[in-house]
Design a protein around this ligand. Structure first.
Ligand SMILES: *[C@@H]1O[C@H](CO)[C@@H](O)[C@H](O)[C@H]1NC(C)=O
Ligand SMILES: *[C@@H]1O[C@H](CO)[C@@H](O)[C@H](O)[C@H]1NC(C)=O
Ligand SMILES: *[C@@H]1O[C@H](CO)[C@@H](O)[C@H](O)[C@H]1NC(C)=O
Length: 371
């Protein structure tokens, strides 16, 4: 007669859940580009996709999922670190019912801060649309748990936004004499991208986001794709490095300004540039044999074209910093997430994730005790 025992346990768990609603899982919302896309582009008519082998070769299922990685990407590893299931791509038909409470991943490979970034990829989810989906998600949450609880889930959620690299790689520097490079000198373009990014962050705040990790760009000129296309001698490409050098400090400045306007720390700048420079400059100290040659690809540095079943594929993905010509390997993503979790103020300017989450929880507890 184990059936009554099982139902007793279920009843107890339901009761506990009612008594202690604060033990519910924290929701996680992800916005951005291919560095954080968990598979939305699989559902779209676009060329920016990672849905065929060897993508996913080290994923638990060993199958491609749409992630631009041999295995996990940064949002998965953050979820793993805070002991929660990975959030599903917003377009996944499996994102229904109780799973809506875990949050959603709205990211789409190829997008940028600007609407005209990634036009060559045709049908991708640009930032304004990602934000509309966030609103839609909140409406679905409200239908399920009521407006007050939906608002609480969103306020308490962790949010990650990774965007900006494509505004250089897949826009300004995509072709010589690109429309944007004829319109703006680089310093003016950077200012424009930052000012548009600020509007996006403000919108996330207006929609209830209260703890938002905002990543800067990596050393854009050092990725295998740029080494292959533009570097004569294997050193990082100066124009793209200059773009990152102008962009990242202004991003931090803009975030400080926005937090100041709001009156509290909502946005947290992640110094992705330093995190990646560490393993680009000194791959051996992280156990990588190289940070110049991609594991999967062809041509110099395995940096030309796409990673496909016909590409060179390294046997041990854990010793390569770059999986494909643009994207870090799972191992490199783990190095980055470790710094997000517990890095000092050189890596996490306004505090690391362990600090952020405890601050949010005490803020929420303070609100709860007042109501
Ligand atoms: C981007 O597109 C959205 C609508 O799709 C529009 O509201 C917004 O103004 C556009 N941004 C710029 C800078 O043109
Ligand atoms: C590589 O070439 C660039 C100019 O294209 C130069 O600035 C740099 O010093 C060179 N690096 C090495 C290691 O020779
Ligand atoms: C980052 O997080 C750790 C906890 O993992 C904490 O001990 C440390 O002081 C934090 N560092 C900074 C600079 O906030």
């Amino acid at each position: 007669m184990d059936f009554p025992l099982a139902s007793l346990i279920v009843a107890l768990l339901v009761l506990l859940g009612t008594l202690y609603p604060q033990v519910e899982a924290r929701a996680f919302f992800v916005f951005g580009d291919s560095l954080v896309d968990a598979g939305n582009n699989n559902y779209l008519a676009t060329t920016a996709r990672a849905d065929s082998p060897p993508y996913g070769v080290d994923y638990p299922t060993h199958r491609p999922t749409g992630r631009f990685s041999n295995g996990l990407i940064i949002p998965d590893i953050i979820s793993e670190s805070i002991r929660e299931p990975s959030v599903l791509p917003y377009l996944s038909p499996a994102l229904t019912g109780a799973r809506l409470l875990n949050g959603a991943n709205f990211a789409s490979a190829g997008i940028g801060v600007l609407n005209d970034t990634g036009v060559q990829f045709i049908n991708i989810i640009r930032m304004p649309r990602q934000i509309e989906y966030f609103q839609e998600h909140q409406q679905r949450l409200t239908q399920q748990v009521g407006a007050a609880q939906a608002k609480r889930i969103v306020n308490q959620a962790l949010v990650l936004i990774t965007v900006g690299g494509n505004d250089f790689v897949n826009n300004y520097f995509l072709v010589p004499g690109s429309a944007r490079s004829r319109q703006y000198r680089l310093p003016e373009y950077v200012k424009y991208v930052i000012s548009e990014f600020k509007k996006i962050l403000r919108k996330l705040y207006d929609l209830g986001a209260r703890s938002v990790l905002v990543t800067g760009t990596g050393p854009l000129g050092c990725v295998p794709a740029e080494l292959a296309q533009r570097s004569r001698n294997g050193s990082c490409v100066p124009e793209l490095q200059q773009a990152a050098a102008l962009y990242n400090p202004q991003l931090v400045q803009m975030i400080n300004q926005l937090n100041g306007e709001i009156g509290t720390k909502v946005f947290f700048a992640v110094n992705t540039n330093q995190m990646k420079r560490d393993f680009v400059n000194s791959p051996q100290s992280f156990g990588f044999v190289t940070s110049k040659v991609a594991c999967c690809g062809q041509g110099p540095y395995n940096g030309l074209g796409l990673c496909t079943a016909a590409s060179n594929l390294c046997p041990n993905r854990a010793i390569y910093a770059f999986w494909d010509p643009f994207h870090p390997s799972e191992r490199a993503n783990r190095v980055i997430v470790q710094q997000i979790l517990s890095g000092n103020s050189e890596y996490m300017f306004q505090g690391n994730l362990s600090t952020i989450l405890s601050t949010v929880d005490s803020r929420i507890a303070a609100i709860d005790s007042r109501t």
